[in-house]
Design a protein around this ligand. Structure first.
Ligand code: DSN
Length: 432
């Protein structure tokens, strides 16, 4: 950072402020984590200078001998981690990885069935404000009002009625284990491809703490920066490679192209140009870290922390959608506390606790207000929080909700949070 301090003190200051924010506040956003110093180092490396359109051994630019090695390592490590036969590590983001799946498996106007964003789905799973909702004929399933869990009967009814070409399974605020095999049975009966988006639980799936989608889905996408704890980015995987069923052949030989070839060409040159090779290298670092025994222990702790925190929140009288959690997150309906998601997010932020407002299933408020909050344990577990620390986390959240609009409470909680966080040093080499 010494160069930046000299050449651009304003940006240097902003980065230092953000570092302090991440260190001194409770980071409970379920889609965030703290990447390791090694991941940060690779992300900030000279690989950012290299253009490498194409794939290893088949680039449109010279000088790719080293970035080729980084991309090969990233792909090999990722396939090993998830037991996949195909991986593409170039998507700049989860949204881009998802776009590649749409462009590979369906045509504009085709029917697609995905989880409703308001019930826990993802923006790119058919929201009307996203390209997915604009380009495709989307039907959405949700959770049961009674149980708060995915209503497989509804999924099956919709699938058999709509006969979508593609079914998407995966969520951004769903706290339960997903039965990918049941989804595959439904997809087979409806004649649909099945695609799992595991952006949120990827780390827990890689360490076998949740059901494995790879054997049951035609294609799997993820981001790399949530529970997987890598740099920001996207990935695409398949458990098997197979000849494409769309009649796409190689121009000269007439050979039927494999799905891997089609997915690769949809990512580049179809959607993206030059891959971000510094990020690809950082993905390789993260996948290497995820293969270590310490990563499995970390994921177990993420899950144990979420489970303990969920239990404590219930004891404090909070209403958890589905009653608890199997993964790293929980979704809380604040109706019984007479607080909106927006008010809660604001109050928490003022108190040194960072989380996000979130729609709850069957919400009667807009996405800008919402009736819920989402809490995740991936980041605080990285910095060393254990189950007994969840008592502090639950008590602080409960205190703020019980004292909404009381600035004195916010000030007191913020001081307590800062003191508590100081017991868990983080990024010591990056702080001033
Ligand atoms: N925006 C990400 C999240 O917060 O879950 C993915 O949808």
């Amino acid at each position: 950072m010494s160069h930046l301090l000299q050449t651009d003190p304003r940006i240097h200051e902003i980065i230092q402020d953000e570092t302090s924010r991440q260190i001194n506040k409770l980071q409970l956003i379920a889609s965030e984590n703290y990447a390791s110093p090694s991941v940060l180092e690779a992300t900030g490396s000279v690989l950012t200078n290299k253009y490498a359109e194409g794939y290893p051994g088949k680039r449109y630019y010279g000088g790719c001998e080293y970035v080729d090695q980084a991309e090969d390592l990233a792909r090999e490590r990722l396939m090993q981690l998830f037991g996949a036969k195909y991986a593409n590590v170039q998507p700049h983001s989860g949204a881009t990885a998802n776009q590649a799946v749409y462009f590979t498996f369906v045509q504009p106007g085709d029917k697609v069935l995905g989880m409703d964003l308001a019930h826990g789905g993802h923006l790119t799973h058919g929201s009307p404000v996203n390209f997915s909702g604009k380009l495709y004929d989307i039907s959405s399933y949700g959770v049961s009002k009674e149980s708060g869990t995915i209503d497989l009967d509804e999924v099956e009814t919709l699938a058999m009625r709509e006969k979508p070409k593609l079914i998407i399974v995966g969520a951004s605020s769903y706290s339960r284990n997903i039965d990918y095999k049941a989804f595959r049975d439904i997809a087979d009966r409806a004649g649909a491809f099945l695609w799992a988006d595991i952006a949120h639980p990827a780390g827990l799936i890689a360490t076998k703490l949740l059901n494995d989608p790879i054997p049951h889905c035609h294609v799997v996408t993820s981001t790399t920066h949530k529970t997987l704890r890598g740099p920001r980015g996207g990935i695409i995987m398949m458990g098997e490679d197979w000849e494409n069923p769309f009649g796409i052949v190689a121009p000269k030989s007439g050979r039927v192209k494999m799905m891997s070839e089609i997915l690769d060409s949809v990512v580049m040159p179809g959607i993206q140009g030059g891959p971000l090779m510094h990020v690809v290298a950082a993905k390789a670092v993260a996948f290497g870290e995820a293969a270590q025994p310490s990563f499995a222990s970390y994921q177990k702790q993420v899950k144990a922390n979420a489970s303990r925190l969920a239990g404590l929140m219930v004891e404090h009288g909070f209403n958890l959608i589905s009653g608890g959690t199997d993964n790293h997150l929980m979704l809380i309906d604040l109706h019984n506390k007479n607080v909106t998601g927006k008010e809660a997010e604001h109050a928490m932020e003022a108190s040194g606790i960072t989380l996000n407002k979130n729609m709850v299933p069957f919400d009667d408020r807009s996405p800008f207000v919402t009736s819920g909050i989402r809490i995740g344990t991936a980041a605080i577990t990285t910095r060393g929080f254990r189950e007994h620390d969840m008592t502090f986390v639950a008590d602080m959240i409960n205190t703020v909700i019980d004292n909404i609009n009381d600035e004195a409470t916010y000030d007191r909680v913020r001081d307590e949070v800062r003191t508590y966080c100081s017991k868990f040093p983080l990024y010591t080499e990056l702080s001033e």
